[in-house]
Design a binder for this molecule. Structure first.
Ligand SMILES: Nc1ncnc2c1ncn2[C@@H]1O[C@H](COP(=O)(O)OP(=O)(O)OP(=O)(O)O)[C@@H](O)[C@H]1O
Ligand SMILES: [Mg+2]
Length: 363
């Protein structure tokens, strides 16, 4: 290719570029620039030739732009210097500039990043708003459950007092009402405790340590002893490893899963519950499986939501918070929890716990 053809090619490409291209003099004037300047900024070619380029830079960005030009004068290259440019119609657009030094002039390429910046700004604002709302909700859950405790304690203690003082004078109906009222208060106590637990798990980062899973499971089984005995459940335990987790939270998770496994079976049948674990790439899966009533496929995801229960309280007791807490705990450990089940044939809850937390724990 001869020199003339090459110049012809370059001139065409120069003219076609959607980015602002220019050779700019250290004397403050544009020497050569492509058509994008006029089409995007609205200034005529004559105006752009006559005007010192610093005049179309937003006054607040002039000092920094001057610094960047000084770097070019020293022979440095610059990348992504973002500044505001004044258009002829008064509009302000954001441009990201890269530049390279030359002898008499320096070479610059400017790209309009206004839309990108506006989008980033919008996204950042939305994320901030969401975070604020989340924090507010968590605060609310904590405060509400905390403040509900006090009046409830009062109701429960006066019910107790009433029963002791006046119980003997009440007829059977009256005593029955008292028992019902006390049971309601106890259920509310349970609900509030679970809510408090949930918001605590949501707010606090787990402090991981080495946990002997077998010892942890034995501790949980001791707590669940009365329920296990009452349901005449058989618990089978596979070989369990040590793993990294917050022991208190992991115990809480297992207590609910095993508690559920012991609870949700046809009345009268003695459940068999299996607790096993296996290592996977980068983590460990702990499984609690039962031979109980199982969970229809359509409900297998939503049971992890707060307050979701598939049965009436008369059929199976509970508040519907347990699995929501389990999911929170798994997620705070960088893991997840899911269920496999065939209705009528039991359910298996798998909890995946990665060895090290992956990314940011989800809120
Ligand atoms: N092992 C299981 N087999 C069958 N259904 C289950 C099992 N575990 C949970 N479920 C279903 O999922 C629902 C939600 O479980 P979750 O543990 O959150 O609440 P709960 O046990 O009813 O109450 P809580 O745990 O708060 O006392 C249960 O009400 C039940 O319908
Ligand atoms: Mg439960």
């Amino acid at each position: 290719m001869d020199a003339a053809t090459e110049t012809e090619h370059l001139t065409r490409l120069f003219a076609m570029s959607p980015d602002l291209l220019a050779a700019a003099g250290f004397d403050g004037l544009l020497k050569r620039f492509n058509d994008a300047w006029a089409t995007q900024l609205g200034w005529s070619r004559a105006e752009l030739e006559a005007k010192p380029y610093m005049e179309i830079v937003h006054p607040d960005d002039r000092a920094e732009t001057q610094n960047q030009i000084a770097r070019l004068a020293e022979g440095e290259t610059i990348a992504e210097h973002v500044c505001r440019i004044l258009c002829r119609d008064g509009a302000i657009r954001w441009y990201a500039w890269s530049g390279g030094p030359g002898d008499e002039a320096f070479y610059i390429v400017g790209r309009d990043v206004s839309d990108r910046l506006a989008m980033e700004h919008e996204l950042a604002q939305r994320a901030e708003r969401l975070q604020g709302t989340n924090a507010e909700l968590q605060d609310f859950a904590y405060t509400a459950s905390h403040d509900l405790s006090e009046p409830l304690r009062m109701v429960a203690s006066f019910l107790g007092l009433l029963e002791r003082r006046n119980g003997p004078r009440l007829d059977d109906k009256g005593r029955e009402y008292l028992v019902q009222a006390a049971a309601g208060a106890a259920r509310m106590r349970h609900l509030i405790d679970d809510l408090l637990l949930y918001s605590r798990v949501a707010n606090e980062e787990p402090r991981r340590e080495e946990v002997d899973l077998r010892a942890l499971v034995d501790g949980v089984l001791a707590i669940l002893g009365p329920a296990i005995e009452e349901e005449r459940a058989t618990i089978e335990i596979g070989e369990l490893p040590t793993l990294e987790a917050e022991p208190g939270q992991l115990a809480q998770l297992l207590q609910n899963l095993i508690g559920n496994a012991v609870k949700f079976h046809p009345h009268g049948a003695a459940p068999v519950v299996r607790i096993t674990a296996r290592r996977t790439i980068g983590g460990c899966v702990v499984t609690v499986a039962d031979d109980g009533i199982g969970i229809p496929e359509a409900d297998q995801e939503r049971i992890f939501a707060m307050f979701t229960r598939l049965h009436g309280r008369e059929e199976y007791a509970g508040t519907g918070i347990g699995l929501a807490i389990c999911r929170r705990i798994a997620e705070r450990h960088g893991g997840r929890i899911y269920v496999e089940s065939e209705p009528g044939r039991g359910a298996a809850f798998h909890t995946l716990l990665p060895d090290a937390p992956v990314g940011l724990a989800t809120r």
